[in-house]
Design a protein around this ligand. Structure first.
Ligand code: FAD
Length: 265
């Protein structure tokens, strides 16, 4: 790890100016992704702006239509939240399936969404439910937020403060995970929302999380596993690695979508 300056501001405004005042600073949330990359010398920020001193960034609120989860809320807190379990049980179940207890008790929703790993789970929930990412500068719809592999619409010194999830009539997430890390080899989040059916796929594409339009159309007409059973996403552009070929991932997308629709009831 290279040397860096460490700061621990106690407000969102102070965190924004600390990052703005640094040469090449980075926000530190749970550190579950950033610290390992620094240890491997794949990242060497001039400053680490630790967000753990900002109380306003922790917590889960009921906003009538759904829930608002503040950025520094851990995966474990989302998984065990009675509010999330009541309003969007599929989201609590998804959080319960992230990594292992150590990762769930340190890793945060803001860090996961800002990092946008192509095999991460939360991006599928954000896109699957049509969430809104709230930052210290604006609000961004999930459809506009995830822009590619480890890429998002976030500006240089933009800080995610919360994510607003609308409830869905029906929703579920199914993933075929990597047995060691539990990252999604393929994960599919389905939801029946006020705006129609939404199907979001993570782990599969070289460009990160995406919506499966043909499946959404089929489910909008007929919410059943059969409706998606014969719909295949093209293998072109899907990941191929030691865990699974592109063709196998394409097969898994349909299988996980069928299971998720069945699980959603
Ligand atoms: C062994 C292991 C297994 C894992 N398994 C899974 C899994 O199954 N599924 C899964 O989805 N993930 C998995 N993860 C990743 C985990 O969820 C991390 O918690 C997550 O990727 C990053 O969150 P963090 O809070 O640790 O962020 P950090 O590591 O602190 O930060 C990640 C990046 O986001 C930026 N950032 C952090 N917070 C903000 C913010 N509020 N606004 C703007 N930028 C911000 C940081 O600057 C950094 O670039 C795993 C990680 C490990 C180590």
């Amino acid at each position: 790890m290279y040397a860096f300056n460490y700061q621990r501001p106690d407000s969102v405004a102070a965190a924004g100016s600390a990052l703005g005042g640094s040469d090449d600073g980075k926000f530190l949330a749970g550190g579950m992704t950033l610290l390992p990359t620094m240890k491997q010398r794949l990242a060497s920020p001039s400053d680490l702006i630790d967000l753990s001193g900002i109380g306003d960034l922790v917590g889960i609120d009921d906003n009538g239509d759904g829930v608002v989860i503040r950025a520094m809320t851990t995966h474990a807190a989302v998984a065990s939240s009675s509010l999330v379990q009541a309003k969007i049980p599929a989201l609590a179940a998804l959080a319960e399936g992230i990594g292992d207890p150590a990762v769930r008790n340190r890793g945060t929703i803001g860090g996961s969404v800002a990092n946008n790993d192509p095999a991460a789970d939360y991006p599928a929930a954000c896109l699957g439910l049509g969430a809104t990412i709230v930052t210290n500068q604006r609000e961004i719809s999930a459809d506009d937020f995830f822009t590619g592999l480890f890429e998002t619409a976030l500006g240089e010194d933009e800080l995610i403060t919360a994510i607003r999830f609308p409830s869905a009539t029906k929703a579920a997430y199914q993933k075929f995970d990597n047995p060691a890390s539990r990252y999604a080899i393929v994960g599919v989040f389905v939801a029946q929302t006020a705006g129609g059916a939404r199907v979001a796929v993570t782990g599969a594409s070289q460009d990160g999380v995406f919506r499966a339009g043909e499946m959404e159309q089929a489910l909008s007409g007929n919410w059943s596993s059969d409706a998606v059973a014969n719909i295949a996403v093209p293998a072109d552009g899907l990941n191929a690695d030691i865990h699974a070929s592109a063709a196998y991932r394409a097969h898994l997308v349909t299988t996980m979508a069928k299971r998720a629709v069945a699980a959603a009831g």
